[in-house]
Design a protein around this ligand. Structure first.
Ligand code: NAP
Length: 253
């Protein structure tokens, strides 16, 4: 008898939070479809793991790709949206193309994908949509205008959709992590503090996803905020880490 329980699409499955989610869900016996712009990044085969190439900056391709996914994986009943990236700085230092791309990848593509998936999900006996938001969805901070806007949009979208889906089998949830140690920071000039209390692990967010998936079907975890015990941001060009609680915080992720 197959041990497979749910069929879950995981975006951003090639790295960081999405990767940890995909790994945990496979361990839990679910079937996982991992999304990346480059499926060659998935090197470890697993009998319940399939791959799918999508670029969330290319909105016009998404609806057709979902149709194909649904054809290939008719049992698909959940999606976890962990793809995204950060770009920070004063607004006037963004090009118009950079503003557009950050909002497209972090928010509009999520709305497109959800729109395409929803009709079939509503026909499933149980279904979950889980969005990875951010602490940046909770409070705007300087140098984060566009990133925060993308995450605030995602939070409003999630709240409204959760209400809209309350008469269906689809449960909509949002997880807002604080700083998580992942390759997200590789291209940024800051990172979480290195001490154990100063960052989350990607596995912590994956555990939150698992908790949401396993919650009793009559309940919904609407929103879950998850932070490192100490909120410390370490600037790569400056020596001392800065404690969010003691100094004027000027970044969130
Ligand atoms: N790390 C943190 O501190 C933190 C905190 C709060 C929220 N978050 C959020 O968590 C999510 C995941 O971040 P992470 O820390 O796991 O970062 P990460 O390790 O850099 O992973 C980002 C993932 O997003 C995918 N991605 C990026 N652009 C894409 C595009 N145009 N099309 C398709 N996929 C794309 C990447 O896939 P490919 O490159 O393979 O295409 C990769 O798998 C993001 O939404 C981020 O905003 C992160």
């Amino acid at each position: 008898m197959s041990t497979v329980k749910r069929t879950v699409l995981v975006t951003g499955a090639s790295s960081g939070i999405g990767r940890a989610i995909a790994q945990l869900l496979l361990t839990e016996g679910h079937q996982v479809i991992g999304v990346s712009r480059d499926i060659k990044k998935f090197i470890t085969p697993h009998p319940h793991f399939s791959v799918c190439e999508m670029d969330f900056s290319q909105l016009s391709t998404l609806a057709a790709q979902v149709k194909l996914l649904e054809k290939n994986f008719p049992t698909l009943d959940s999606a976890i949206f962990a793809a995204g990236y950060g770009r920070f700085g004063s607004l006037e230092n963004f090009s118009y193309a950079q503003i557009n791309d950050l909002l497209t990848v972090n928010f509009t593509s999520v709305a497109f994908l959800t729109r395409a998936l929803l009709p079939k999900l509503k026909q499933k006996p149980q279904a979950n949509l889980i969005f990875i938001g951010s602490e940046a969805a909770l409070q705007g901070k300087r140098k984060g205008s566009v990133y925060c806007a993308s995450k605030f949009a995602l939070r409003g979208f999630s709240q409204a959709l959760r209400d809209e889906c309350s008469h269906s089998t689809v449960r909509v949830s949002l997880i807002n992590p604080g700083m998580v140690e992942t390759p997200f920071f590789d291209t940024l000039d800051f990172a979480p503090g290195e001490a154990e209390k100063q960052h989350l692990h990607a596995a912590d967010v994956a555990a939150a996803v698992n908790y949401i998936l396993n919650s009793p079907p009559h309940s919904v975890i609407d929103e879950l905020n998850l932070s490192p015990l100490q909120q410390v941001v370490s600037f790569k060009n400056k020596s001392a880490p800065r404690d969010f609680k003691q100094n004027q915080p000027d970044l969130n992720v």
